[in-house]
Ligand binder design. Structure first.
Ligand SMILES: NC(=O)c1ccc[n+]([C@@H]2O[C@H](COP(=O)([O-])OP(=O)(O)OC[C@H]3O[C@@H](n4cnc5c(N)ncnc54)[C@H](OP(=O)(O)O)[C@@H]3O)[C@@H](O)[C@H]2O)c1
Length: 283
């Protein structure tokens, strides 16, 4: 298939593009190649490129920044997605949108299913949910794939931050009352690649496997253990570590429906972290 992939360079596309290229013709697009908030450019690009699927990894991704730059977050995550959906409808391309666990309010006590009702608690989540709604209104041939807490080799992410603190020898306080599933970008990319092969359009959840979730504090301890660091880490509450954007207290996603449709089994998060650290050491 010919796939047009936006969001280059980015944390996700650094691993997604090479994995998709193993089986497909991939047209990678940076913001300079295609600004998704430019309607004419979006239409023109899809008319000339004629992709079978547009994989939209472009996004306004600064969760705290979105609280004060709400309009910009909605411009990219809603309006830009709206333009992509309209251009996909005109050209017959399918749209694959990467979305987030932050569409949920976090009041659940068991992993969210794809069809659970969203209720975002911050501007970023609200803008991503708006994008999802627009796609579902305008298109039949879409994949919306929610993931959470991505980490990988490229771009700012939680693992990179912790490894930086290790280098600096800075002790840490990390939130212990927000529960999620960290996800290695390589694993997400493998699962997404499997889904794109199916033509089973719909709404999916795709993360690494945590069996009910772990806290950021648990994740930090595992990262420190994996790199053999004895850096001091203290559990803290979200209320103590004040951040501009509220986060859902529980945002674990149930991935079983994606497994049912694709056969892709998410990797255990500890194994994923081990493999990621090994790739860093090799690099
Ligand atoms: N990171 C996570 O933990 C996480 C979790 C759940 C879902 N997601 C979703 O996964 C997707 C990829 O995330 P990521 O962490 O890889 O993002 P990222 O590293 O921040 O990359 C985002 C990319 O989008 C580009 N972009 C921003 N505005 C654009 C526009 N108007 N037109 C075209 N490109 C634009 C950025 O360009 P500039 O750098 O030049 O702005 C950048 O290349 C996003 O949709 C995000 O919401 C991420």
């Amino acid at each position: 298939m010919r796939l047009l992939v936006t969001g280059v360079p980015g944390l996700l596309t650094a691993d997604l593009i090479p994995i998709l290229m193993e089986r497909h013709e991939v047209v990678p697009c940076s913001i300079n190649d295609l600004d998704i908030t430019d309607r004419a450019a979006v239409t023109e690009r899809l008319r000339s490129c004629r992709p079978e699927v547009v994989v939209n990894c472009a996004g306004y991704t600064n969760v705290d920044g979105a609280e004060t730059s709400r309009e910009e977050a909605f411009r990219v995550n809603a309006l830009g997605v709206h333009y992509l959906a309209l251009a996909c409808r005109e050209t017959g391309a399918a749209l694959c949108q990467i979305s987030t666990d932050y569409v949920f309010d976090g009041r659940a006590h068991k992993p969210y299913l794809p069809w659970d009702v969203p209720g975002p608690v911050n501007a970023y989540g609200a803008s991503k949910w708006a994008g999802e709604c627009l796609i579902q209104t305008l298109l039949r041939n879409f994949y919306i794939v929610r993931t959470s807490s991505l980490y990988g080799k490229s771009g700012p992410n939680f693992v990179a931050t912790i490894l930086q603190k290790v280098q600096e020898g800075q002790s840490l306080s990390v939130v212990a009352d927000q529960i999620m599933s960290p996800t290695w970008t390589v694993n997400f990319s493998r699962g997404l690649s499997a889904l794109l092969e199916t033509g089973l359009y719909g709404l999916y959840h795709l993360t690494d496997q945590t069996k009910g979730g772990i806290s950021w504090f648990d994740f930090t301890q595992a990262i420190l253990k994996a790199v053999g660091s004895d850096l001091e880490v203290r559990p803290a509450s979200a209320a103590e570590i004040k951040r501009p954007a509220r986060r859902p207290a529980y945002s674990v996603l149930d991935t079983s429906y994606l497994t049912m449709g694709t056969g892709y089994e998410p990797l255990d998060w500890q194994e994923a972290l081990k493999q990621f650290i090994a790739t860093l050491k090799q690099g």
